[in-house]
Design a protein around this ligand. Structure first.
Ligand code: SAM
Length: 279
């Protein structure tokens, strides 16, 4: 709508204050209002970057009512930025209902690219990134947590979770219990901060590492679980040999398709196994 204001979704740093974009700073300066998850927390960021735009709270407990008020302001022509305490708003953070309402009311939503713990962790973990499944926080209750982990048992994509320092050891214990001690995981902690650490190993080893030093359980965590590996034992030896040969010459998809046709096997399974040859 011509006279409507716009809603800007603005990522903020997840630790290192240098991880804010020039566009984010300009946008936060130019908008009429900044909707923040915690205004007191965000005030420090505003002071650091000398931004004097007015802050208004929008969090899980007032989002529905606040969204209605803010949409009225947007319809009056005000521009608004949405920020969360850290990282990209809406990613395990408030804002979904608000953005949904903006779109339903023909208000333009402009998301800015920027910091996000899940993507930062994935990009440095050394696990497959061609496909990943973001699950946010696991449920706190043991039974529900177990159910979610059971549901990813045969997931071939890398699974990404957020976790708190209070629960990281229990959660890795649950991974050992449900997915087995041999499942490969990467624990990324304190990304972009002084004590940034990536621990990579089996779930059993990660559990030992977490218990080896109480400092290992401090900070903010992203837990990544390697995807389920296809069972090579189900594939005839000759098919595996041919796949290996073809993988040296052809793109993985093409190699998988040829072997699948030749042996009447599933293309996707062969593709996954082909990728595992290289990992
Ligand atoms: N919206 C944020 C984002 O874009 O990443 C995530 C918000 S969520 C409420 C907070 C969780 O993200 C933390 O509990 C932790 O699991 C993860 N996280 C945030 N900052 C992190 C960091 N610097 N290092 C590791 N994990 C982080």
């Amino acid at each position: 709508m011509a006279n409507f204001g716009k809603l800007f979704i603005v990522p903020t740093p997840i630790g290192n204050l240098e991880d804010i974009t020039l566009r984010a700073i300009r946008t936060l300066n130019e908008v009429d209002l900044i909707a923040a998850e915690d205004t007191r927390h965000s005030q420090k960021l505003m002071q650091h970057f000398d931004i004097s735009t007015r802050l208004i709270s929008l969090h899980d407990h007032n989002e529905a009512q606040r969204a209605t008020q803010l949409i009225e302001k947007l319809q009056q022509g005000l521009n608004i930025a949405l920020i969360s305490d850290a990282g990209t708003p809406l990613i395990s953070d408030p804002g979904y209902g608000f953005v949904n309402q903006c779109r339903a009311n023909s208000v333009d939503v402009i998301p800015l690219p920027g910091a996000c713990a899940a993507v930062t962790a994935l990009s440095g973990a050394g696990l497959a990134t061609d496909r990943f499944r973001f699950e946010g926080f696991l449920p706190v209750k043991q039974q529900a947590k177990t159910q979610v982990l059971e549901s990813i048992e045969r997931e071939t994509a890398t699974c990404v979770f957020y976790e708190s320092p209070r629960r990281i050891a229990d959660t890795v214990q649950a991974v050992v219990d449900v997915l087995g001690a041999e499942r490969k995981v990467v624990v990324a902690k304190e990304l972009s901060k002084t004590f940034e650490t990536f621990y990579s190993g089996t779930a059993g080893e990660a559990l030992e590492w977490l218990h080896a030093d109480s400092n290992h359980q401090r900070g903010e965590f992203v837990l990544m679980i390697a995807g389920h590996k296809s069972d090579v034992n189900d594939i005839p030896e000759e098919a595996l040999k041919l796949l290996k040969l073809l993988m040296a010459e052809l793109p993985p998809k093409k190699a998988a398709a040829i072997v699948a046709q030749q042996y009447g096997l599933k293309k996707n399974t062969l593709y996954q196994i082909g990728l595992e040859f290289g990992s």
